[in-house]
Design a protein around this ligand. Structure first.
Ligand code: KG4
Length: 337
């Protein structure tokens, strides 16, 4: 019989954030994250470097999450971890750590799908839960998806990117323009000082799927052409380029979200993932909410990028359904279920 308010330690290491969280029932007792800044020089996450840094950081992150929660290892009821999707080397660090701890302490182990955890980040605080069913727009560095969420453990992907994720499109554009990483916040900031005066084509992708690689290639040739005419084209036009490119990316997701609302008649909308910080996306979402009478839910800033609190809250629902996993489990880089 599961405990009513289980104390769960959750570990997230799917990409470049080493994160641990302790929850009691749905109450968050602690969340500790070390974000790896060492990738900045490379314009993107270097997988080998990421797993080495997780290895260095995981003991201290878990230790400080337990300390802040004032929970000893013996006080835990379960250990949860992100099984995938993500970078295999990074996932291996969190998976092995969680498995070892569960075996050593004789605790049940819970595996969590990273994308499901992103959706469940809407439930971390517990006082503003979205109502079921809802449509969740997941916009992150690794994924862009539309998910129909029927209950806390039942989700169906109704649209997804066929190539790059929207966050990747922001990050790769910055690399093309010699700006820093991650690109999203920089483009967002620069776009505020410019106007969307350049036209970027909207990709013709069927159904509710997305594509972002064409627009990135378009940017590459657009910059090349601009530089041919004016060597300082990027410097001179950086704010307008950022505003135009950002407007095009946001238009893609807003149009697909609109189509999903019309198709499903679902008006409860959740938006999760790092790109939900984008200011243009937020203002377009508010306009859409007004027009379609939507109820919008967006998690607090600290829960919408990769973090272990969203893993812990997903694990809570799995614990209550006694969905445990054998410790022989392995991570899955392209985990889809
Ligand atoms: O959810 P997250 O941590 O993604 C994964 O690691 O998968 O989000 C990171 C992504 C990066 O691509 C970053 O450029 C983007 O979120 N991002 C933004 C903004 N803040 C972060 N993109 C657009 N506008 C922002 N303000």
């Amino acid at each position: 019989m599961p405990k009513i308010d289980p104390i769960i330690l959750a570990i997230e290491t799917s990409c470049d954030d080493t994160s641990a969280s302790v929850t009691k029932g749905r109450k968050l007792l602690s969340l500790k994250t070390i974000s790896q800044s060492d990738h900045k020089d490379y314009g993107g996450v270097v997988p080998e470097l990421a797993s080495r840094l997780h290895q260095q950081n995981i003991v201290s992150v878990v230790d400080s999450a337990l300390k802040e929660a004032c929970i000893s290892q013996e006080g835990l009821n379960s250990i949860a971890f992100t099984r995938g999707p993500g970078l295999l080397g990074s996932l291996l660090v969190g998976t092995c750590f969680a498995k070892s701890m569960a075996l050593a302490l004789g605790l049940p182990l819970i595996e969590v799908n990273h994308l499901q955890a992103h959706v469940m980040s809407l439930f971390v605080d517990g006082d503003n839960d979205p109502k079921f069913p809802f449509l969740c727009l997941l916009v992150s560095g690794g994924n862009t998806m539309l998910i129909k969420v029927t209950d806390s453990l039942t989700m169906e992907v109704i649209g997804e990117t066929l190539d790059d994720a929207i966050g990747e499109a922001f990050d790769k554009a910055c690399k093309l323009m010699n700006l820093s990483y991650p690109g999203g916040p920089i483009i967002d900031k620069f776009a505020k000082r410019g106007r969307a005066i350049f036209d970027f084509p909207e990709p013709k992708v069927p159904d509710l799927n997305f594509s972002f690689s064409g627009i990135k290639t378009f940017l590459y040739y657009f910059l090349k052409k601009g530089i041919r005419k004016d060597l300082y084209f990027i410097d001179n036009e950086i704010f307008n380029i950022c505003a135009s490119y950002q407007a095009a990316l946001v238009r893609i997701v807003i149009n697909k979200l609109k189509a999903a609302i019309e198709l499903t008649n679902i008006t409860n909308i959740g938006v999760v993932g790092g790109v939900s910080a984008n200011s243009l996306l937020r203002s377009e979402l508010e306009d859409l909410a007004y027009k379609y009478n939507l109820v919008l839910s967006i998690p607090n800033l600290e829960y919408f990028t990769d973090n272990a609190a969203m893993v812990a809250v997903t694990a809570y629902f799995k614990y209550m359904n006694t969905q445990f996993i054998d410790p022989s489990v392995s991570p899955i880089a392209n985990y889809t279920n």
